[in-house]
Design a binder for this molecule. Structure first.
Ligand code: HEC
Ligand code: HEC
Ligand code: HEC
Ligand code: HEC
Length: 148
């Protein structure tokens, strides 16, 4: 588990390129509407992010953050285990996903996270670690998104 902070490095430099500093992300769904658009949608910048055809197209209906910003940072005490993976209480900002990286998710001393998400966290909300990689390679060219 990654402790404290948001799990840097973030992929774009300035917080304000995504966040409106006068609005709260945490309250973005509040009924008074005061915090809508607190954070830019991924699609505003990644306009052409297509998804692979076939079975994998079901994933296209998920929020981008489901895979790219899992709650792997632990600030307070809450933890939850889903599909055998332990998650924390805060979303990471390391959005880069490399399912087939040779590196392990954490550095050898377990203190730091390597700068990409592997499947245990990116997919672990729903799939047990390692359980879908073979099928992804065999049936979908190893990719969630369509080649550009
Ligand atoms: C303000 C514009 C902007 C927004 C909003 C944005 N991105 Fe990016 N993103 C970029 C730029 C610029 C790059 C680097 C250039 C490139 O590879 O296209 C990038 C790169 C990436 C990469 C490639 C890996 C990396 O870390 O460099 C991923 C993955 C990614 N973005 C995911 C997301 C997701 C998921 C969201 C929404 C939660 C998001 N982005 C929102 C501008 C943005
Ligand atoms: C089901 C999980 C999942 C969802 C949902 C998802 N992605 Fe990805 N994304 C990945 C994976 C895995 C990669 C690594 C390359 C691949 O498999 O296509 C990736 C790679 C990327 C990249 C890096 C450039 C590239 O194409 O390789 C960007 C940018 C990106 N995603 C943006 C988005 C945006 C924007 C959304 C929402 C519209 C989104 N992703 C939804 C899993 C997901
Ligand atoms: C590429 C876009 C992007 C950038 C850059 C970015 N954020 Fe975020 N941030 C998001 C998104 C998307 C969310 C999730 C909103 C949601 O759906 O709850 C988020 C959520 C958060 C949260 C709430 C975390 C949680 O677990 O609910 C905090 C705090 C935050 N960001 C702080 C920062 C700070 C500080 C910076 C700069 C150092 C930064 N963000 C840069 C996109 C970004
Ligand atoms: C929010 C839940 C969720 C997330 C996150 C998610 N998936 Fe899935 N995935 C599903 C569901 C539901 C199905 C359809 C039922 C099944 O086959 O397990 C599915 C099916 C699949 C299939 C096709 C069925 C098979 O066994 O061949 C592949 C491949 C797959 N997922 C890979 C991934 C990968 C890789 C990631 C992470 C990048 C991911 N999924 C993230 C929910 C999810």
């Amino acid at each position: 588990m990654v402790r404290h902070g948001r799990g840097w490095p973030c992929h774009v430099t300035a917080c304000a390129s995504c966040h409106n500093p006068h609005k709260s992300t945490v309250n973005q769904d509040s009924a008074d509407g005061k915090h809508t658009n607190a954070v830019k949608s991924c699609n505003e910048c990644h306009t052409d992010q297509g998804f692979n055809d076939g079975m994998v197209s079901l994933h296209a209906s998920f929020e981008c953050t489901t895979c790219h910003m899992p709650e792997v940072v632990k600030n307070a005490t809450s933890r939850v285990t889903r599909a055998g993976v332990t998650f924390g209480d805060e979303m990471t900002h390391v959005m880069n996903i490399d399912l087939f990286s040779d590196k392990s998710q954490l550095t050898d001393d377990g203190k730091f996270m390597n700068p990409m998400l592997k499947d245990a966290w990116a997919c672990g909300e729903c799939h047990a670690p390692g359980s879908k990689l073979q099928s992804l390679s065999d049936n979908y060219g190893g990719k969630i998104h369509k080649a550009k």
